[in-house]
Design a protein around this ligand. Structure first.
Ligand SMILES: C/C(=C\COP(=O)(O)O)CCC[C@H](C)CCC[C@H](C)CCCC(C)C
Ligand SMILES: Nc1ccn([C@@H]2O[C@H](COP(=O)(O)OP(=O)(O)O)[C@@H](O)[C@H]2O)c(=O)n1
Length: 287
């Protein structure tokens, strides 16, 4: 009645990939001694992986909801100005989402569970932006002046980019990591610093300032390096730092230039900054 040793190992090893599960259920497995008793344990391992990732999704969804509610409360109590609150949500949402990716399992399907979080928030933004729902906390903490329609622009593009990076790049590529670091960390800080200290405007764009752009460049660079180091230490990304640092510097510089351009009326920063970062990162990292 005791499972064969390999089944025990299989049951408790890292969640099995679909390929492993298919192989163990194929006619080949019994032929090499992996008898049907193993399949009884293989199924739970796959089911465990599903349950594990579903739990991680619920946890990150809860974190997203708590983040927005917390800043809504801080705004309601006049502890934070609405504009600053929104920008802090902008900065923290993307960085904490990036930070949460290693929570999910090593299964090839894990990225879909992670992408489900920004997707749910995309639906939340659509429902509230189209006035099909009315989450005052969400509207107050994510818009500039409480207009629900604003949810359908910057915030919606933002969560769509989060979804795209999770699905397309995930943990194994520096492209998604740097793109989200520049969109959330870099662009978010540019607004905060620029509004407060941006008296010296950029010659070709009177709505943007040297202080805002320089802060985006510096903060975006260091957040990108920090996030790449986080993923490198966890073993997801292997980088040669002597070439990575100048590459990230170039990517940050180009993203900052694009963010400073007077094109906000044509394309939102939450689209232009990450897409340009993805393109430059693709060519510089040759992924
Ligand atoms: C305020 C936001 C964007 C506005 O951009 P801009 O117009 O100022 O340029 C961000 C909107 C965030 C969204 C409502 C919530 C996203 C949560 C995220 C998908 C998951 C976070 C998980 C983590 C564990 C908190
Ligand atoms: N490079 C930058 C970016 C923003 N800012 C300041 O931040 C405000 C909002 O910037 P933005 O239009 O990029 O705001 P979002 O679209 O990121 O919400 C600008 O009107 C400027 O006052 C800046 O001074 N320099």
């Amino acid at each position: 009645r005791t499972p064969p040793p390999c089944a025990t190992f299989l049951r408790w090893s890292k969640p099995l990939t679909d390929g492993t599960v298919r192989f163990l259920r194929s006619p080949v497995a019994p032929a090499i001694g992996l008898d049907q008793r193993v399949s009884r344990f293989v199924a739970p391992a796959a089911a465990e992986d599903l349950l594990y990732n579903a739990g991680a999704t619920v946890g990150v969804l809860g974190g997203a909801y708590a983040l927005v509610r917390s800043f809504d409360e801080l705004t309601r109590r006049n502890i934070l100005h609405q504009g600053l609150s929104r920008k802090l949500v902008h900065i923290l949402s993307g960085l904490l989402f990036l930070f949460s990716w290693p929570i999910f399992s090593n299964s090839p399907k894990a990225r879909y569970f992670a992408a489900f979080v920004p997707l749910v928030n995309c639906l939340r933004l659509l429902a509230n932006g189209l006035s099909l729902a009315s989450d005052e906390g969400l509207i107050k903490s994510v818009t500039r002046d409480g207009d629900p329609l604003e949810l359908l622009r910057g915030p919606l593009y933002y969560v769509l980019i989060l979804t795209l990076c999770a699905l397309v790049f995930w943990r194994e590529s520096p492209i998604g990591v740097v793109s989200l670091a520049m969109m959330s960390g870099g662009d978010g800080v540019a607004d905060i610093i620029g509004r407060r200290y941006g008296s010296m405007k950029i010659p070709y764009n009177q709505n943007k300032s040297w202080a805002g752009s320089i802060s985006m460049l510096v903060f975006g660079f260091f957040v990108s390096i920090g996030m790449l180091y986080y993923y490198s230490v966890l073993g997801y990304i292997h980088l040669d730092w002597t070439s990575t640092v100048p590459r990230v510097a170039l990517i940050s510089f180009v993203a900052t230039i694009v963010e400073s351009l007077p094109i906000t009326e044509v394309v939102d920063d939450n689209i232009s900054v990450p897409l340009v970062t993805m393109a430059v990162a693709f060519f510089t990292f040759r992924y």
